[in-house]
Design a binder for this molecule. Structure first.
Ligand code: DAK
Length: 257
Protein backbone atom coordinates (compact mmCIF):
# COMPACT_ATOMS: atom_id res chain seq x y z
CA UNK A 1 0.00 0.00 0.00
CA UNK A 2 1.16 3.54 -0.76
CA UNK A 3 1.49 5.96 2.11
CA UNK A 4 1.67 9.75 1.98
CA UNK A 5 3.11 10.63 5.38
CA UNK A 6 5.23 7.65 6.29
CA UNK A 7 7.70 5.31 4.60
CA UNK A 8 7.72 1.59 5.22
CA UNK A 9 10.82 -0.39 4.39
CA UNK A 10 10.84 -4.13 4.90
CA UNK A 11 14.08 -6.07 5.09
CA UNK A 12 12.92 -9.35 6.60
CA UNK A 13 13.03 -10.28 9.38
CA UNK A 14 12.69 -6.60 10.32
CA UNK A 15 10.88 -3.53 9.00
CA UNK A 16 11.42 0.18 9.48
CA UNK A 17 8.50 2.61 9.62
CA UNK A 18 9.64 6.23 9.14
CA UNK A 19 7.44 9.24 9.91
CA UNK A 20 7.87 11.53 6.93
CA UNK A 21 6.42 15.05 7.23
CA UNK A 22 9.72 16.87 7.69
CA UNK A 23 8.40 20.37 6.89
CA UNK A 24 6.31 20.32 10.09
CA UNK A 25 8.75 18.25 12.14
CA UNK A 26 6.62 15.12 11.60
CA UNK A 27 3.58 16.70 13.27
CA UNK A 28 1.21 13.82 13.89
CA UNK A 29 -1.93 14.61 11.94
CA UNK A 30 -4.82 12.12 12.20
CA UNK A 31 -3.97 10.93 8.66
CA UNK A 32 -0.36 10.26 9.63
CA UNK A 33 -1.33 8.35 12.78
CA UNK A 34 -3.84 6.36 10.71
CA UNK A 35 -1.07 5.45 8.27
CA UNK A 36 1.20 4.30 11.11
CA UNK A 37 -1.51 2.06 12.56
CA UNK A 38 -2.38 0.69 9.10
CA UNK A 39 1.28 -0.10 8.41
CA UNK A 40 1.70 -1.76 11.80
CA UNK A 41 -1.46 -3.78 11.20
CA UNK A 42 -0.01 -5.05 7.93
CA UNK A 43 3.37 -5.81 9.50
CA UNK A 44 1.65 -7.67 12.33
CA UNK A 45 0.11 -10.00 9.74
CA UNK A 46 3.36 -10.44 7.79
CA UNK A 47 4.99 -13.63 9.04
CA UNK A 48 8.36 -12.67 7.51
CA UNK A 49 8.61 -9.67 9.87
CA UNK A 50 9.57 -10.35 13.49
CA UNK A 51 10.44 -6.89 14.84
CA UNK A 52 9.85 -3.30 13.73
CA UNK A 53 11.73 -0.03 14.15
CA UNK A 54 9.65 3.16 14.34
CA UNK A 55 11.60 6.34 13.63
CA UNK A 56 11.23 9.91 12.49
CA UNK A 57 14.51 9.79 10.62
CA UNK A 58 17.87 11.45 11.30
CA UNK A 59 16.73 14.88 12.63
CA UNK A 60 13.41 14.72 14.45
CA UNK A 61 11.13 12.03 15.83
CA UNK A 62 7.89 14.05 16.03
CA UNK A 63 7.04 17.46 17.48
CA UNK A 64 3.62 16.28 18.61
CA UNK A 65 0.08 16.16 17.33
CA UNK A 66 -0.69 18.61 14.54
CA UNK A 67 -1.54 21.86 16.34
CA UNK A 68 -3.10 23.33 13.19
CA UNK A 69 -5.50 20.41 13.07
CA UNK A 70 -6.45 20.77 16.75
CA UNK A 71 -6.60 24.53 17.21
CA UNK A 72 -10.31 25.06 16.46
CA UNK A 73 -11.71 21.70 17.59
CA UNK A 74 -14.66 21.49 19.96
CA UNK A 75 -14.74 18.92 22.77
CA UNK A 76 -17.51 17.05 20.91
CA UNK A 77 -15.41 16.86 17.74
CA UNK A 78 -12.49 15.58 19.81
CA UNK A 79 -14.75 12.91 21.26
CA UNK A 80 -16.42 11.89 18.03
CA UNK A 81 -13.48 11.64 15.72
CA UNK A 82 -12.07 8.76 17.77
CA UNK A 83 -8.56 10.10 18.06
CA UNK A 84 -8.09 7.93 21.13
CA UNK A 85 -9.12 4.79 19.28
CA UNK A 86 -6.63 5.57 16.53
CA UNK A 87 -3.78 6.10 18.99
CA UNK A 88 -4.71 3.06 21.07
CA UNK A 89 -4.22 0.84 18.04
CA UNK A 90 -0.50 1.56 18.36
CA UNK A 91 -0.47 -0.39 21.59
CA UNK A 92 -2.14 -3.46 20.11
CA UNK A 93 0.80 -4.23 17.81
CA UNK A 94 1.93 -7.67 18.96
CA UNK A 95 5.54 -7.75 17.73
CA UNK A 96 8.52 -6.00 19.36
CA UNK A 97 8.44 -2.32 18.39
CA UNK A 98 11.61 -0.29 18.83
CA UNK A 99 11.59 3.50 18.70
CA UNK A 100 14.69 5.12 17.19
CA UNK A 101 14.52 8.72 18.40
CA UNK A 102 16.60 11.62 17.11
CA UNK A 103 15.82 15.23 17.94
CA UNK A 104 12.44 16.27 19.30
CA UNK A 105 9.99 13.72 20.64
CA UNK A 106 7.41 16.11 22.04
CA UNK A 107 3.79 15.82 23.10
CA UNK A 108 2.19 13.06 21.05
CA UNK A 109 5.63 12.35 19.57
CA UNK A 110 6.97 11.55 23.02
CA UNK A 111 3.84 9.54 23.81
CA UNK A 112 4.27 7.57 20.60
CA UNK A 113 7.86 6.72 21.57
CA UNK A 114 6.70 5.73 25.07
CA UNK A 115 4.15 3.34 23.49
CA UNK A 116 7.02 1.42 21.90
CA UNK A 117 8.71 -1.50 23.65
CA UNK A 118 12.30 -0.24 23.59
CA UNK A 119 13.68 3.23 22.92
CA UNK A 120 17.07 3.84 21.31
CA UNK A 121 17.85 7.54 21.61
CA UNK A 122 20.33 9.55 19.62
CA UNK A 123 22.30 12.03 21.73
CA UNK A 124 20.26 14.78 20.03
CA UNK A 125 16.97 13.42 21.36
CA UNK A 126 14.73 15.59 23.53
CA UNK A 127 11.70 14.13 25.28
CA UNK A 128 8.93 16.32 26.63
CA UNK A 129 5.28 17.11 27.13
CA UNK A 130 4.93 20.78 26.17
CA UNK A 131 1.11 20.68 25.96
CA UNK A 132 0.89 22.94 29.03
CA UNK A 133 2.28 25.75 26.84
CA UNK A 134 -0.77 25.35 24.59
CA UNK A 135 -3.27 25.47 27.45
CA UNK A 136 -3.94 21.74 27.39
CA UNK A 137 -2.45 18.59 28.92
CA UNK A 138 -1.11 15.39 27.42
CA UNK A 139 -3.86 13.25 25.93
CA UNK A 140 -2.18 10.04 24.76
CA UNK A 141 -0.57 8.81 27.97
CA UNK A 142 1.94 11.54 28.82
CA UNK A 143 0.74 11.96 32.40
CA UNK A 144 0.49 8.20 32.93
CA UNK A 145 3.48 6.59 31.18
CA UNK A 146 5.99 9.12 32.54
CA UNK A 147 4.65 8.51 36.05
CA UNK A 148 4.88 4.75 35.76
CA UNK A 149 8.34 4.85 34.21
CA UNK A 150 10.11 7.80 35.80
CA UNK A 151 7.94 8.40 38.89
CA UNK A 152 5.60 11.12 40.08
CA UNK A 153 8.06 13.97 40.53
CA UNK A 154 9.63 13.71 37.09
CA UNK A 155 6.18 13.31 35.54
CA UNK A 156 5.08 16.47 37.34
CA UNK A 157 8.18 18.33 36.15
CA UNK A 158 7.80 17.51 32.46
CA UNK A 159 4.02 17.94 32.40
CA UNK A 160 3.94 21.15 34.48
CA UNK A 161 6.97 22.97 33.09
CA UNK A 162 6.62 21.72 29.52
CA UNK A 163 10.42 21.67 29.32
CA UNK A 164 11.93 18.72 27.48
CA UNK A 165 14.68 16.58 28.94
CA UNK A 166 17.83 15.42 27.18
CA UNK A 167 18.53 11.91 25.95
CA UNK A 168 21.04 11.34 28.74
CA UNK A 169 18.60 12.49 31.45
CA UNK A 170 15.99 10.16 29.94
CA UNK A 171 18.57 7.37 30.11
CA UNK A 172 19.28 8.09 33.79
CA UNK A 173 15.55 7.93 34.46
CA UNK A 174 15.17 4.55 32.77
CA UNK A 175 13.04 6.01 30.00
CA UNK A 176 15.33 4.93 27.17
CA UNK A 177 17.42 1.81 26.68
CA UNK A 178 20.50 3.31 25.09
CA UNK A 179 21.91 6.66 24.04
CA UNK A 180 24.04 6.56 20.91
CA UNK A 181 25.52 9.14 18.51
CA UNK A 182 22.62 10.53 16.46
CA UNK A 183 24.17 9.34 13.16
CA UNK A 184 23.82 5.71 14.21
CA UNK A 185 20.51 5.72 16.10
CA UNK A 186 18.51 4.02 13.37
CA UNK A 187 21.25 1.51 12.60
CA UNK A 188 21.59 0.56 16.28
CA UNK A 189 17.80 0.21 16.57
CA UNK A 190 17.86 -2.05 13.51
CA UNK A 191 20.61 -4.17 15.07
CA UNK A 192 18.55 -4.57 18.23
CA UNK A 193 15.51 -5.45 16.09
CA UNK A 194 17.54 -8.04 14.15
CA UNK A 195 18.77 -9.56 17.39
CA UNK A 196 15.23 -9.82 18.76
CA UNK A 197 14.11 -11.21 15.39
CA UNK A 198 16.33 -14.26 15.89
CA UNK A 199 14.42 -15.17 19.07
CA UNK A 200 11.29 -17.33 19.17
CA UNK A 201 8.46 -15.13 17.83
CA UNK A 202 5.63 -16.53 19.94
CA UNK A 203 7.79 -16.27 23.08
CA UNK A 204 8.62 -12.66 22.12
CA UNK A 205 4.94 -11.88 21.72
CA UNK A 206 4.07 -13.37 25.09
CA UNK A 207 7.06 -11.74 26.80
CA UNK A 208 5.83 -8.37 25.50
CA UNK A 209 2.29 -9.11 26.62
CA UNK A 210 3.48 -10.24 30.06
CA UNK A 211 5.71 -7.20 30.66
CA UNK A 212 2.91 -4.86 29.60
CA UNK A 213 0.60 -6.67 32.01
CA UNK A 214 2.86 -5.56 34.86
CA UNK A 215 1.65 -1.99 34.25
CA UNK A 216 -2.00 -2.97 34.31
CA UNK A 217 -2.50 -5.33 37.25
CA UNK A 218 -1.49 -6.15 40.84
CA UNK A 219 1.62 -8.36 41.13
CA UNK A 220 -0.30 -11.58 41.83
CA UNK A 221 -2.40 -11.17 38.68
CA UNK A 222 0.64 -10.25 36.59
CA UNK A 223 2.46 -13.33 37.88
CA UNK A 224 -0.54 -15.49 36.98
CA UNK A 225 -0.52 -14.11 33.43
CA UNK A 226 3.22 -14.77 33.17
CA UNK A 227 2.81 -18.32 34.46
CA UNK A 228 0.01 -19.14 32.00
CA UNK A 229 2.03 -17.74 29.12
CA UNK A 230 5.02 -19.78 30.32
CA UNK A 231 2.99 -23.02 30.34
CA UNK A 232 1.42 -22.16 26.97
CA UNK A 233 4.85 -21.91 25.33
CA UNK A 234 5.40 -25.63 25.97
CA UNK A 235 2.77 -26.17 23.26
CA UNK A 236 5.02 -24.56 20.65
CA UNK A 237 7.45 -26.26 18.27
CA UNK A 238 9.86 -23.43 19.05
CA UNK A 239 10.13 -24.50 22.71
CA UNK A 240 11.03 -28.06 21.63
CA UNK A 241 13.51 -26.69 19.08
CA UNK A 242 15.03 -24.16 21.51
CA UNK A 243 15.73 -26.71 24.22
CA UNK A 244 16.86 -29.42 21.78
CA UNK A 245 19.24 -26.95 20.10
CA UNK A 246 20.70 -26.02 23.50
CA UNK A 247 21.29 -29.67 24.39
CA UNK A 248 22.81 -30.35 20.96
CA UNK A 249 25.02 -27.25 21.30
CA UNK A 250 23.78 -25.61 18.08
CA UNK A 251 21.88 -22.40 17.34
CA UNK A 252 18.11 -22.79 17.44
CA UNK A 253 16.04 -22.25 14.33
CA UNK A 254 12.78 -20.74 15.40
CA UNK A 255 9.79 -20.90 13.08
CA UNK A 256 7.14 -19.05 15.03
CA UNK A 257 5.10 -22.22 15.50
N1 DAK B 1 2.01 20.87 14.86
C1 DAK B 1 2.00 21.55 13.69
N2 DAK B 1 3.09 22.14 13.16
C2 DAK B 1 4.24 22.05 13.84
C3 DAK B 1 4.34 21.36 15.08
C4 DAK B 1 3.15 20.74 15.58
N3 DAK B 1 3.13 20.03 16.73
N4 DAK B 1 5.61 21.45 15.52
C5 DAK B 1 6.29 22.18 14.59
N5 DAK B 1 5.48 22.53 13.58
C6 DAK B 1 5.83 23.30 12.39
C7 DAK B 1 6.05 24.77 12.71
O1 DAK B 1 4.83 25.47 12.73
C8 DAK B 1 6.93 25.19 11.53
O2 DAK B 1 6.11 25.35 10.39
P1 DAK B 1 6.36 26.61 9.40
O3 DAK B 1 6.30 27.81 10.25
O4 DAK B 1 7.75 26.37 8.85
O5 DAK B 1 5.27 26.50 8.39
C9 DAK B 1 7.78 23.96 11.30
O6 DAK B 1 7.09 22.87 11.90
C10 DAK B 1 9.16 24.05 11.95
O7 DAK B 1 8.96 24.37 13.30
P2 DAK B 1 9.71 25.58 14.03
O8 DAK B 1 10.03 26.68 13.07
O9 DAK B 1 8.92 25.91 15.23
O10 DAK B 1 11.08 24.86 14.43
P3 DAK B 1 12.03 25.20 15.65
O11 DAK B 1 13.24 24.37 15.44
O12 DAK B 1 12.20 26.68 15.84
O13 DAK B 1 11.26 24.68 16.94
C11 DAK B 1 9.97 23.08 18.23
C12 DAK B 1 11.03 23.32 17.11
C13 DAK B 1 9.70 21.56 18.25
C14 DAK B 1 10.57 23.49 19.57
C15 DAK B 1 8.71 23.91 17.92
O14 DAK B 1 8.32 23.67 16.57
C16 DAK B 1 7.56 23.54 18.81
O15 DAK B 1 7.49 23.99 19.96
N6 DAK B 1 6.57 22.78 18.28
C17 DAK B 1 5.36 22.43 19.00
C18 DAK B 1 5.62 21.36 20.04
C19 DAK B 1 4.38 21.04 20.80
O16 DAK B 1 3.75 21.93 21.44
N7 DAK B 1 3.94 19.76 20.80
C20 DAK B 1 2.75 19.30 21.48
C21 DAK B 1 1.54 19.40 20.57
S1 DAK B 1 0.04 18.85 21.40
C22 DAK B 1 -4.46 12.54 21.95
C23 DAK B 1 -3.36 12.12 21.22
C24 DAK B 1 -2.25 12.95 21.09
C25 DAK B 1 -2.27 14.23 21.63
C26 DAK B 1 -3.37 14.65 22.34
C27 DAK B 1 -4.49 13.81 22.49
N8 DAK B 1 -5.58 11.67 22.11
C28 DAK B 1 -5.44 10.26 21.71
C29 DAK B 1 -6.77 12.11 22.74
C30 DAK B 1 -1.09 15.07 21.44
C31 DAK B 1 -1.07 16.39 21.62
C32 DAK B 1 0.14 17.14 21.27
O17 DAK B 1 1.14 16.60 20.87
Amino acid sequence: MDFEFIRVHTEPPIAVVTLDRPKVLNALSPALVEEVTTALGQLDQDASIRAVVLTGGPKVFAAGADIGDMAERTPIEQLQRDQTGRWLKLTSFTKPLIAAVNGYALGGGCEMALMCDLIIAGDSARFGQPEINLGIIAGAGGTQRWTRTAGKYIAMEVNLTGRPITAWRAYQLGLVNRVVPAEVTIEVAKQVARQIATRAPIAARLAKESVNQALETPLSEGLAVERKNFYFLFATEDQKEGMKAFLEKRPAEFKGR
